[in-house]
Design a protein around this ligand. Structure first.
Ligand code: CP
Length: 307
């Protein structure tokens, strides 16, 4: 069954049924990834462009592997060595790439709204690999898959998202996905890093981390995004770690089988202690593995059907 909308920019571009379709397909892709021969060439003859205006390790490499394992031709454009550095606008880059007839363009950009501009100027389907502080839908899909694998369902789960909510595209996509699949979401951050009026989205809001993680089934820790922050958002890294870091003592307030998640990259010793990040409840490496499977699933569904 194809995904109805041409582009995946906001997680809500997928219906709940389509989210489950991606997760089910990702589970099939995980079987493919256990084989010696990981090639599953359902996209032979198709082409994917990865266009990254911001740094990435996980998202970019997993989209590249995903496209290649599926048999597509994959071109990676590093904007720091492209004509973007000569001042080319996003619209002109889009018009240029469109002439190369790609089937899918995966883009990461620092500005929300950039993907809508790209999508208007290309026939290819556009997948958002992160746009500023707005959305990171494929991160949310891999987070959903990780939770479903451990808990079967999100219905009624208590999920705490803790950290730099203000600058986090992961938080914005996750809270939409978690709620769509039936979880109760609590957001926790220092007051300076909590968006105004966020409670209107139907989430609980607290500035007290102990309260946020008490009896939680899942804790999603967020990276402090110093690259997007003005100075003075909190007094010091040390104080932030003391009040909003996840350590072993705090983790004991959660349910004994609580999952600890983090989208990466981690600031060890800031938002999470090494002991917890490497502990038995952490599923951070599984998230990376599921990222590859989810991106294979999405490319196979979206790349195989031109709109
Ligand atoms: N989680 C995530 O998006 O990581 P990268 O920035 O390494 O892609």
């Amino acid at each position: 069954m194809p995904i109805a909308k041409k582009d995946l920019i906001h997680l809500s571009d997928l219906t709940v049924e389509e989210i489950w379709q991606v997760l089910d397909t990702a589970r099939e892709m995980k079987q493919v990834l256990t084989r010696d021969d990981k090639k599953h060439p359902v996209l032979r003859g198709r082409s994917v462009i990865n266009l990254f205006y911001e740094n990435s390790t996980r998202t970019r490499s997993s989209f590249e592997f995903a496209g290649k394992y599926l048999g597509a031709d994959v071109v990676n454009i590093n904007t720091s060595s492209s004509s973007v550095m000569k001042g080319e606008s996003l619209k002109d880059t889009a018009l240029t790439l469109d002439r190369m007839a790609p089937d899918v363009i995966v883009m990461r950009h620092g500005c929300s709204g950039a993907h809508e501009i790209l999508a208007r100027h290309v026939k290819a389907r556009v997948i958002n690999a992160g746009d500023g502080a707005h959305q990171h839908p494929t991160q949310s899909l891999l987070d959903l898959l990780t939770i479903v694998e451990h808990k079967q369902s999100l219905e009624g789960l208590k999920i705490a998202i803790v950290g730099d909510i203000l600058h986090s595209r992961v938080a914005r996509s996750d809270l939409w996905g978690f709620q769509a699949l039936g979880a109760e979401v609590t957001l926790c951050a220092p007051p300076t890093l909590m968006p105004a009026k966020v409670a209107q989205l139907g989430v609980k809001v607290t500035y007290n981390m102990d309260e946020a993680v008490r009896d939680a089934d899942v804790i999603v820790m967020l990276r402090i995004q110093l690259e997007r922050q003005k100075s003075g958002m909190f007094p010091s890294i040390r104080e932030y770690a003391a009040f909003y870091g996840l350590n072993a003592q705090r983790l004991q307030l959660a349910k004994p089988d609580c999952l600890v998640m983090h989208p990466g990259p981690i600031n060890r010793g800031v938002e999470i202690t090494p002991e917890v990040a490497d502990g038995v409840q952490a599923v951070i490496e599984e998230q990376v593995n599921n990222g590859l499977a989810v991106r294979m699933a999405l490319l196979s569904i979206m790349g195989g059907v031109s709109k």
